[in-house]
Design a protein around this ligand. Sequence first.
Ligand code: SF4
Length: 301
Amino acid sequence: MSSAPDVTRLPQWFRQEIPDMQRISQMKGSFREKRLHTVCESAHCPNLGKCWGQGVATFMILGEVCTRACRFCAVKAGLPNELDLAEPHNVALAVQELNLRYVVITSVARDDLKDEGATQFSETISEIRRLMPHTKIEILIPDFSNKMESLQIVVAAKPEVVSHNLETVRRLSPKVRPQAQYDRSLAVLKNFKDLDANIFTKSSLMVGLGETDEEMKYAMADLAEVGCDILTVGQYLAPTQLKRHLPVVKFIAPEKFKEYEVIGYEMGFKHVMSGPLVRSSFIAEEGYTEAMRALQEKSVL
Ligand code: SF4
């Protein structure tokens, strides 16, 4: 008789090295001083020690209160604060001060704004380009309700990578992110590719929410179908024990992550990162560099 999986304790493969506390406190100081938020802190990311220790962080713009209430996410939901017009410049200053050569910018959802925050993304990109012209920029956006004007605004700013997360398989999507739509997310990724094929698109799936293997393969195939270049797959971890957050259904073994990676490459993704601690922005620079290399190899053939 097989016993139910123990989801009350993290498996040993989640153990991490002791982080560089000096670097972490330097980064924290810089963000506090400029009133900046990071998704690393707001989403209780398990990789914070590792990423910040290496000088890598993901900025979260447009405030720290989200107009949506996804059931996997730790970010506060409710009525957002006033837009901080100094934020694009302050993000760029932090990028300069910390000398970041690759930066990921994400945001809360801002359904209350006409452009849902697209202009703030665009201005943040421009400010970073002005102060740090060699820094590569990846943006991880909400779905902007798939409004073409908003997508065009961010495409015109020319980030190197546009990421939008599908998060989970079709069946679980309404439960995991009630205010989003599975097909709308796919349409957002497709529209970005249609608007500018030179910008890499990227998406992320969480596992351990009760999805089947078959459903995962369908979700990956759906992403491949809309031309998504980079895929990440990681273990879902419940941010709190509160009822509004979904519990972990299963801890997926590292071998299964490897399998998803192999399948992803067979489906044609340029880069796949799959592992228990992988998050959309985890070692993001590697995803970009590898996708670029795959593209160059293809053009040589
Ligand atoms: S994985 Fe992303 S969100 Fe998590 S700590 Fe690293 S940069 Fe921040």
